[in-house]
Design a protein around this ligand. Structure first.
Ligand SMILES: *Cc1c(COP(=O)(O)O)cnc(C)c1O
Length: 362
């Protein structure tokens, strides 16, 4: 069997069955039922964030957060091109204009000094990405945002559970968006959440995910449907119980990679005061040729790494006409390779993978 870049975490089968057993009595499968409420409370406690609204997907959570802030129609939103397509698609699908900002070479997150130069009178918000779970320079981003009256919505899809300066990262800015997709460090099969600090945002987020329906006779907005269902909640409740052990396992694998590959490849650095969730194992090769050679050698050995994030989102077909002066992002994108990391990957697997990498770097 081939080793992929990640593998979805599953709880013990019996544990999941036990969690969903009540559904066969209640027949409540969705519409914010008892499991939804239990999971939301457990999640809020785990994250240390009192205000959390659950969504069917991370992407719908991101769109809902941007809509709930009532930004001026057609305004500009600055974001990073060194991310998953969802970040930029959310901005564009809501009719906003994306503005691509370059990233920091050391960790791939939004460069606050470039941000300042991209803001004009039409800019309404910034969407920084905690790429690979690397906390971005939230203090600097928020200082620029405050100077220009911008809203800040963090794409924290890859940063589940990360803390910055002793505080939960998702408590920063106007809102932070999480993804619980099967490939993420914590999953509910599909799923996502918006974490926020101003409780008045809750109503607008609820309207977004449930047709703007407040009660049987009141519909107040043209909301969509992105409700988080009871089976997702059951998976979340189970996976949350095992997350602590899984993070320790990821940390150990990460340590082995660093020890075996140190000197041969580059690693992203972690901001001072930030914790890590070991969600990805990105390494930096010398150049695109070396990256591609390593990737090919791994594929030959039955291992499937991923070139996250190449190509850059700004080079995708829908965005080719959008100006993007992002040399640092371009450089990282051409040299980066994400190696497999997930609970259940063995130390033998990691040693074998590192052997292939070391055998194919120049
Ligand atoms: C996974 C991801 C998303 C989208 O989340 P889904 O739950 O798959 O909709 C958005 N942004 C980033 C950076 C992601 O990694």
């Amino acid at each position: 069997m081939s080793i992929k870049v990640t593998r979805a975490s599953l709880p013990p089968f019996e544990e999941f069955c036990e969690e969903i057993r009540p559904l066969w009595d209640s027949h409540i499968l969705t519409n914010m039922g008892p499991l939804h409420d239990r999971f939301r409370a457990a999640l809020g406690e785990y994250l240390g964030c009192p205000f959390v609204t659950l969504f069917s997907h991370g992407h719908s959570a991101l769109e809902a957060a941007l809509r709930a802030l009532r930004l001026p129609a057609g305004s500009r939103i600055v974001t990073s091109p060194f991310t998953f397509a969802s970040t930029v698609h959310a901005i564009v699908r809501l009719g906003f204009e994306p503005v691509f900002c370059d990233v920091l070479a050391e960790d791939g997150t939004l460069d606050p000094s470039c941000l300042e130069g991209l803001v004009d009178s039409r800019t309404s918000a910034v969407v920084p990405v905690h790429v690979y779970g690397n906390a971005c320079d939230a203090d600097a981003v928020e200082a620029v945002a405050a100077r220009h009256g911008l809203r800040v919505v963090y794409d924290a899809a890859q940063a589940f559970g990360v803390r910055l300066d002793g505080r939960p990262l998702v408590c920063r800015g106007d809102a932070s968006v999480l993804s619980f997709h099967a490939t993420k460090v914590f999953n509910t099969v599909e799923g996502g959440a918006v974490c926020f600090s101003d409780p008045s945002l809750a109503v607008a987020l609820d309207d977004e995910k449930n047709f703007g329906i407040r009660d049987e006779c009141t519909c107040v907005a043209a909301g969509g449907n992105s409700k988080f269902n009871e089976l997702q909640a059951a998976m979340g409740l189970c996976n949350l119980r095992h997350l602590g052990d899984e993070l320790l396992e990821r940390e150990r694998l990460d340590g082995v990679y660093r020890r075996l590959l140190g000197g041969a490849v580059g690693f992203f650095s972690v901001r001072e005061g930030a914790s890590r969730n070991y969600s990805y194992m990105p390494v930096l090769l010398r150049d695109a040729a070396e990256r591609d050679a390593v990737a090919d050698a791994l594929v030959c050995a039955g291992v499937k790494p991923r070139k996250y994030f190449w190509p850059l989102v700004c080079d995708a077909l829908p965005y080719r006409s959008v100006p993007a002066e992002v040399p640092v992002a371009r450089g990282l994108s051409s040299r980066v390779l994400c190696l497999p990391i997930y609970p259940g990957l063995t130390l033998d697997d990691v040693e074998r993978i590192c052997g292939v990498v070391l055998g194919s770097v120049r």
